[in-house]
Design a protein around this ligand. Structure first.
Ligand code: CP
Length: 260
């Protein structure tokens, strides 16, 4: 497990999960490898492949993830890059399925920054049909090419709005993430000003007009992008959501190892 960034859920879920499958996971932190700095990504890919059956990586630059996958001779699992976070969104969709019992006529409203989480939702929208509405401030939209990709796939309804109240109407799921992700922490104060009105509150949850569920990939900044009242409400499924990271990632790893 190569971590160029900090993590709680991803590290614990992969390490515990792989142990529970009968394997052994090795944690390599930001000071251990220096991927792309101390050593070329392509060299690390070949060296680590020689010792291990799977590489899981959390990296800053998405091009490094692709380079790792290109040069590794074992499967590479993306544990988050600045562009996307696929394991998170696969676990999230599984959690929705577990909670609702089906994925029919699903509307997900994402309120907040158009970040790597949103890119993974958009990419999943190319594989599964659902309605995905993003409410973000002007200037914080997701990557235009990824929006285009999701729209061109023609499977899901994709909408971008700057009005959270309107975006959540009829939503089955209201989802948010921190406003300043890793790599944007120095912009936190400015973002708090620009994201005013985008906090997920009980009033916003009521505006769905449904018995909607609340989701957040965590870690949360309580009182910033979501109130305590919402995060701790009976309709919040953030902790089963976090737990499912492990089960879904185990399924992914078994599949990659040809055992699932
Ligand atoms: N959601 C998530 O990936 O959490 P960590 O950053 O703690 O791994």
């Amino acid at each position: 497990m190569i971590f160029a960034k900090p993590s709680a859920r991803t590290r614990i879920s992969f390490e515990t999960g792989f142990y529970r499958l009968g394997g052994h996971a090795l944690y390599l932190g930001p000071d251990d490898i220096g991927i792309g700095k101390r050593e070329a990504v392509s060299d690390i890919a070949r060296v680590v492949s020689g010792y291990n059956d799977i590489i899981m990586a959390r990296l800053f630059e998405h091009r490094h993830m692709l380079e790792l996958a290109e040069h590794a001779s074992v499967p590479v699992v993306n544990g988050l890059s600045d562009y996307n976070h696929p394991c998170q969104i696969m676990a999230d969709m599984f959690t929705i399925l577990e909670h609702r019992g089906h994925l029919d006529n699903l509307k997900i409203a994402y309120v907040g920054d158009g970040n790597n989480i949103v890119h993974s939702w958009l990419r999943l929208a190319c594989r599964l049909p659902f309605n995905f509405t993003i409410a973000c401030p002007e200037g914080y939209q997701p990557d235009p090419d990824t929006i285009k990709l999701a729209k061109q796939a023609g499977l899901s309804e994709i909408a971008i709005s700057h009005d959270p109240m309107q975006a959540v109407r009829d939503a089955d799921v209201v989802y948010t993430d921190v406003w300043a992700s890793m790599g944007h922490k120095e912009e936190a104060d400015e973002r708090r000003r620009k994201f005013e009105g985008f906090t997920v509150t009980a009033q916003l949850m009521a505006a769905t007009g449904k018995d909607s569920i609340f989701m957040h990939c965590l870690p949360a900044e309580r009182g910033v992008e979501v109130t305590d009242e919402v995060l701790d409400a009976p309709y919040s499924i953030v902790f089963p959501q976090a737990e499912n990271r492990m089960h879904v990632q185990n399924a992914i790893m078994l599949r990659l190892l040809g055992k699932g």
